[in-house]
Write a protein that binds this ligand. Structure first.
Ligand SMILES: Cc1cc2nc3c(=O)[nH]c(=O)nc-3n(C[C@H](O)[C@H](O)[C@H](O)COP(=O)(O)OP(=O)(O)OC[C@H]3O[C@@H](n4cnc5c(N)ncnc54)[C@H](O)[C@@H]3O)c2cc1C
Length: 378
């Protein structure tokens, strides 16, 4: 573990302690860098997410010595997808995955980062500042706000992993986030109690005309519900609980009486893209870099894979920063994540149209290995 001398800039400051930020902090700290991980919420925290970890997520964790983590935390093995559409159902095999609540997973990953030597500051909102000084060995300043207290800290490299609702680049003139005008909105909740009608080990996916709802049993047997809805459906129904009830009914899934009393959380528009993905002494990763739709359940895989892929560039960038680092990050991101996001976007678009969604359903029922092939990660 490396001790940081007081007043010396951090090697790396990471904004956001979700999967992208926590894994990057862990990997960089264990390589001997001084890492400050800043998170605006208190931990553990729940977040809207299907809570399904695919092969890419598991491989990224394994690559930093955390291959045991999901199992150790009680993550339930996932083997099947049960798809409901227009009152019909089909069940297909899935590549092996695990279901684990975000509260438990994110907290454990932060703890692993702290054990590796990272310093964690919750309840603190970070905002990327300017480059200082203009000449000599430069650092990036970051403004940290905790209640009324404000502090300016310096880091050689800043990783922006602040998720969908990222506002930490607001003062960076080069950065811009484009939100797709037809983007769906995310919503989710956890339903405690007995849910024997929703079999463990299966992702239950109800597809309706204006959205979809995914249900999975997590480590303590509770039912994690995550959904993407058209804005119009949420307005018509007056909220996420009624929208979920409508999508489940359209798909032919049983009604869930507890939906109305559940504590729902929502997300901002899901489909978005940030440009550029890197600038002088900063890289953007995870949902903060861009997201499409949750239908294929890959977001954490992308976030974790990006965290691991960023490490060599950060190690290089803590010394002299070269514009080539920014170009390489854009290219790496496009190859490792952008291509999969294109596939996910295509599937989500197909699901919006009755003919193509019926076609997809028909193909999945005739070829039960199709989802396995589509969801197999490179
Ligand atoms: C409905 C739905 C279902 C999904 N289902 C799945 C699934 O089954 N499987 C899967 O792999 N993915 C799924 N995803 C995607 C997954 O949840 C995200 O892709 C993943 O959480 C991205 O991780 P991240 O670290 O980039 O961001 P996040 O997990 O969002 O973490 C970002 C963190 O940054 C913090 N933060 C924000 N701003 C600041 C700031 N200024 N200063 C300090 N901290 C800040 C936030 O509080 C947050 O804790 C789903 C998403 C949705 C919406």
């Amino acid at each position: 573990m490396v001790e940081r001398q007081p007043g010396k800039p951090w090697d790396v400051l990471v904004i956001g302690a979700g999967p992208a930020g926590a894994l990057a902090s862990l990997d960089l700290a264990r390589r001997g860098l001084t890492v400050l991980l800043v998170e605006k919420r208190s931990f553990p925290r729940w977040k809207v997410c299907g809570s399904c970890f695919n092969a890419q997520a598991q491989a990224a964790l394994a690559s930093v010595g955390q291959g045991h983590l999901l199992e150790h935390l009680g993550g339930r093995p996932l083997r099947r997808l049960r798809l409901g559409l227009g009152g019909r159902e089909t069940t297909c095999a899935l590549p092996p995955g695990r279901a684990l609540s975000r509260g438990r997973f994110d907290q454990a990953l932060v703890e692993a980062a702290v054990n590796a030597g990272a310093v964690f500051r919750p309840h603190t909102t970070a905002q990327l500042g300017g480059v200082t000084p203009r000449t000599g060995t430069q650092t990036r300043s970051v403004c940290l706000r905790q209640g009324q207290r404000q502090e300016l800290v310096q880091a050689s490299v800043v990783l922006v992993a602040a998720g969908l609702a990222n506002r930490s680049l607001e003062h960076e003139p080069s950065a811009h986030t484009r939100i797709s005008p037809r983007s769906r909105l995310g919503a989710g909740c956890v339903l405690a109690g007995s849910h024997s009608r929703w079999e463990e080990g299966t992702i239950h996916m109800a597809v309706g005309r204006q959205g979809y709802v995914g249900l999975v049993r997590v480590e303590d047997g509770s039912l994690n519900l995550a959904a993407a809805f058209d804005r119009a459906l949420l307005q018509e129904c007056g909220g996420a609980a009624a929208a979920a009830r409508q999508v489940l009914a359209e798909a032919g899934f049983p009604a869930i009486p507890q939906l109305a009393e559940a504590a729902w959380q929502s997300t901002p528009a899901l489909s978005r893209r940030t440009t550029p993905l890197a600038g002088h002494r900063f890289l953007v990763l995870g949902d903060a870099a861009g997201y499409v739709e949750p239908f294929t359940g890959e977001g954490m895989g992308w976030a974790l894979a990006a965290a691991v892929a960023a490490t060599p560039l950060v190690l290089e960038g803590t010394g002299r920063w070269q514009p080539a680092i920014e170009r390489r990050w854009r290219e790496l991101h496009r190859q490792r994540i952008g291509r999969r996001q294109l596939l996910c976007r295509g599937l989500a678009l197909a699901l919006r149209h009755p003919t193509s969604s019926r076609g997809l359903f028909w193909a999945a029922s005739r070829l039960p290995s199709l989802p396995q092939r589509l969801l197999r990660c490179p």
